[in-house]
Structure formats: C-alpha cells, structure tokens
Ligand binder design. Sequence first.
Ligand SMILES: Cc1ncc(COP(=O)(O)O)c(C=O)c1O
Length: 389
Amino acid sequence: MAYELSSTSWGEEELDAMQRVLRSGRFTMGEQVRRFEDAFAARFGMKHAVMVNSGSSANLVGVAALFYRSTRPLQRGDEVIVPAISWATTFHPLQQYGLKLRFIDVELDTLNMDASTLERALTPRTRMVVAVSILGNPAPLDRIRAFCDAHDLILFEDNCESMGAMLNGRLCGTFGDINTFSTFYSHHISTMEGGLLVTNDTEIDHLARAIRNHGWARDVPVDSIVNQGQRHDDPFFKAYRFVVPGYNVRPLELCGAVGLEQIKKLDDMLAVRRKNAAHFGALFKDDPRFIIQRENGSSSWFSFTIILNPASGLDRDRVMQTLRKGGIEFRMITGGCFPNHVAVKYFDYDIFGNIDNAKTAHERGFFVGNHPHEIAAELDHLRSVLNGV
Ligand SMILES: Cc1ncc(COP(=O)(O)O)c(C=O)c1O
C-alpha cells in the first residue's frame, strides 16, 4: 500500500476560482489577493495580512521591514536567538541582512525551542527571537513572548508549518510582532506557492507592502510614515514613489483566488488532521523504541515525526529500507539541525551550549505525512511495517 507524504487539498471550487481569474485576464496582484489578505487577517484576528509568493519571501520581507522601521530598526551585527531545527529559509534572511545567529537546542519530544535556555543565551546585543512551531506543534510561545517583553526584544514567529495550531486558546502565528505563514502545496492550505506576513503593526504592514513590490509605495497610504519625504503634490511623481530597497515577490491573482476557497475549508481540514493524529498517537504512544512528537497545546499536525530512540539500538538505514519496501514515504524532520548543513559556513553564528537533541532528531528522526483526509489505513500499515523492524 502506498502511503504518500502529501496530497492535494483542492476540489472543484479551487479549479473554478482559477478559471474565473484566467477568464478575467487580470493575473497580477489585485482584488483577489486583497480579498484573501482580508479574509486571512480576519481568520487570525490580526489587523494586517500581506500576501507574497512564498513563506520564504514572507520571512525575507519581514526581516527587511525590521531594518527600515522608524523606531529602533535592526542593524547589522545584532544578535538573534534561533532554534537549531527549522527550515533553511527561516535562517537565510537573517544571514542576508547581516545578523548574527545564536542557535539553541530544541526539546527532543516537542521538537521546539527549549525556552529554559533563553535567559542564559541572552547577550547585550540580542535584539530578536525567532520562534518556530515545528510541524504543527506550538512552540512555547507564551514563555517566549514573556521573555521578549521582559527584555525589549522583537518576537518573529515563523509559523509556516503550523497554521491553525493553538496555545492557551491563542492561535500560533499571532504571538509575534511579525508572523509568517506558508501556503505551499502540502501545507494546511495551499495556493500552489504562497505565503503571508501577519502583523498588528501598521508601519510593518506598509513597509511589507512596499518591500514585496520593488520598494514601491503604490499600495501604501500617502500619509503613512513610510512615505515621509516623498512628493505627493504632483500626480506624475506621486505614482512612482520608491521608499525602501525592495524585491518583486508579489503573488499572482490565481493564488489569491484559490486562497479564498481554501481558507473556507481550513477548519474542516484541521479537524481531519487532528483525527488522524489521535489514531497515530494511539498506535505509537506505548512503543519506547519510537519517540513521537509530544503535543504542546493544540497541534495542527502537519505530519507525524518518529525518532528512533537511541536506547533502542534500531538501525536507521534498516528502518528506512523497510519503510521504502512497504511503500511508505518519509523525509527529514523539517530541514534537520541547521548547523549540520554546509550553508552555515556563510553565517555569522554561534551555538549556545549544546544542540544534542537537534542532532539526534537530525540523525535518527524522520516524518511521515498527515493529510487533509482520513488516513487510518495508511497509519495501520505504517504500524505493521514498523512492527517488523
Ligand atoms: C518553518 C518554515 N519556514 C519557512 C518555510 C518556507 O515556506 P515556503 O516553502 O512557502 O517558501 C517553510 C517551508 O515549508 C517552513 O517549514
């Protein structure tokens, strides 16, 4: 039996939405994107949502905005505390803007940043914490938020893997000063490629709108702080105001239109993912050979992680061969332990204490897919295949 990593969450509604856009002849960012942004901000109870062409771009635009804001902008050489496990593009914009990364370990069971390390990892140059909820499981965002508030630090929440997750009744992706989401295929909702930056800070919203669009303030109100010093009296000059160094990371109308359909389905899809998770937990919770992800708050269960308990003596290659033979797809947990990758040679970074748990997850962990439909049979198959290792 085939057990795949991901599957489509689209139905006829998304295809119809695409057709409507194609027939309209308006392809580049416009009304559909704007409506999706409004729906997304409303769903997450936040003031602003800015759509871009990927979650990676949302991270890039968010970091850039923090360099151009009027109050205490970030500066090159500032330090950022980051978890050792995340996706590569959680980290790359930090490097690209000249920040210094300080990696801290994760907990082996939740796979999230170990918040008990934060106080000790702080230095006089620390300006920001990047919190990542791994694979649907809320990071200790309440503790991280309190820590940031106590030390006047920016909290940047990369929530690209955890749409719909909640901690203490609050949605992940709403704890940060800047919060990012991905709507890539296989994520909780999919717009093919896509991402959003979500914030309650109006200046960040305006900066993000300019940065995603060539640094051009076309979508920014004339009276915004971002527009200071620009000419507005003459329509000729008013139309072309470049206010910050930017990119072109705009989303397509097709993506906005599909997003509007997908967000209507989010709650139902989350319910199915949680039902699958209950089945997975029942099958694996009592097997000490496998360390499965311990839920913190209410996970939105992107996928199901398994770490081969070092005490079990299980050989990873043998387990992987067995999974392959059984038709079960699997992959590395997010991007693994980032300092294990060659790219880190380009970074200004240090590792605070040790990152042994992240290394264990990298060496001995993998995940199998969760889906927006029921997968009880696939999970039973996984269990029986792993019984044989
Ligand atoms: C934690 C995290 N951040 C950022 C991204 C980047 O998102 P995208 O693939 O939409 O660029 C991902 C991708 O899955 C991710 O897992």
